[in-house]
Design a protein around this ligand. Structure first.
Ligand code: 9MR
Length: 401
């Protein structure tokens, strides 16, 4: 543990329920927290790991996240979309101030891009791409092949007979349209689901049904031929915590990556989504470190692609909640950025003003969710400070000159 990141120099405390003040030490396991809050709708796995929640996330200076990351040879970026950036100038300004990379959160999904089998509607994406050029940012494509956000016509028209042609055409049209202009593509997204019981751990999707396990190889090969300049990413979720389910997912994913590498499939990067669940799931830095090291040992680079922190099981008190969210960000990134193969970090949204969590994982008490680095008024939160501190104390990737 590096000294400047150790617990000694900070005030730290265990989760203090009902305490609006800092510095109060009350040991509460995450499961007790859940029990007290009686979350009937969500069923988090219980954990006895006490969480060391910190209340001091002091940072030096006010440089934006992208500069702090760049100072270490890393990058910081975030996901957003046409609807947000084109209509909300204040948000767009903050977005460009903090982020060096823009990921299309939804506009590149089949459902939004392809209203019918013949039409590719690049208008919104073109706007986003132009935004990145005006703001001197990088543009990142997400996702080429996924089982979700598919248009209705897909089910009606795609069959075993034409699936290969449809997959190939999609990648050629989309990656071809932006070839040479994109930092990286999420070529295949969320293709594993070992709990479904297949030997190879793959998720049962139409692509798998029609094309077999090799649909993943095919997608990467077509992407590599179509846009040889971009980094090709396999992006996956639920890899982060010390639970049996996630251990099974990490094992399944390593198996898949080994298979892809052994066949010469041109996958270059693993995207670890990093959706965090403070107060719900047990985080063990050594588990994440070991997993990332195993991925790196295969010769793959790593990006943290979709960070945010679900706060549905955290106290209503905003200071306590923000401390817990910030602690989760810093604990996670401190471990992840120690792995030299990690190239950069992206959050899934930048401000609590726009976050999928508000719709998908709302709080039972109806309070607005606070999962991201900026609050809904675009002010920097403790989560922002946590990310800033993680970059500031990350080992540099810049070779000494
Ligand atoms: O944040 C995205 C939300 O706006 C979309 O409606 C949803 C369905 O397409 O997808 C969300 O983003 C997901 C991402 O594409 C893949 N990993 C999980 C993300 C959160 O669900």
């Amino acid at each position: 543990m590096r000294n400047n990141r150790g617990l000694l120099g900070r005030r730290s405390f265990l989760i203090g329920l009902g305490a609006g003040v800092t510095g109060l030490a009350v040991a509460v396991g995450a499961h007790q927290l859940q029990a007290r809050q009686k979350k009937a709708t969500s069923k988090p796995e219980p954990t006895d790991t006490p969480v060391q929640v910190r209340d001091n996330f002091q940072v030096t200076g006010d440089a934006p996240l992208k500069e702090r990351a760049a100072a270490k040879g890393l990058f910081f970026g975030a996901a957003s979309g046409f609807g947000q950036l084109s209509k909300d100038e204040a948000f767009a300004t903050e977005f460009a101030r903090e982020s060096a990379v823009l990921v299309a959160e939804s506009d590149m999904k089949w459902k939004n891009l392809r209203p019918d089998p013949e039409t590719f509607n690049f208008k919104r994406l073109d706007w986003l791409y132009d935004f990145t050029q005006r703001q001197k940012m990088l543009f990142r494509g997400h996702p080429l092949i996924w089982h979700k956000s598919m248009p209705e016509w897909f089910e009606e028209t795609v069959t075993e007979k034409n699936a290969e042609a449809v997959l190939t055409e999609h990648i050629q049209r989309v990656a071809g349209y932006y070839a040479g202009k994109v930092h990286s593509w999420d070529v295949v997204n969320e293709a594993i689901m070992p709990s479904q019981g297949r030997q190879d751990g793959l998720r049962k999707t139409p692509w798998l049904k029609f094309l077999g396990a090799d649909y993943i190889d095919l997608a990467f090969r077509v992407a590599a031929e179509t846009d040889p300049k971009a980094l090709l990413v396999y992006n996956e979720n639920r890899l982060d915590y010390d639970t049996p389910e996630m251990e099974q997912r990490r094992t399944g994913l390593l198996k898949l990556l080994e298979r892809l590498k052994s066949k010469g499939t041109p996958v270059q990067v693993l995207g670890v989504q990093g959706h965090l669940f403070p107060g719900e799931l047990p985080f063990k830095p050594e588990v994440l470190r070991k997993f990332l090291a195993e991925v790196a040992a295969m010769g793959l680079k790593i990006m943290i692609t979709e960070m945010d922190a679900t706060d549905r099981n955290l106290p209503g008190d905003v200071v306590q909640r923000d401390n817990m969210v910030a602690t989760a960000y810093e604990d996670y990134l401190s471990a992840a950025l120690d792995e030299p193969a990690v190239m950069g970090v992206m959050t899934w949204g930048l401000s609590d003003r726009y976050t999928w969590i508000a719709g998908f994982r709302p709080r039972d008490d109806g309070e607005p969710v606070r999962p991201l680095p900026l609050d809904k008024d675009l002010n920097r939160k403790r989560a922002w400070q946590a990310i800033a501190r993680a970059f500031d104390s990350a080992p540099s990737r810049i070779p000494p000159s």
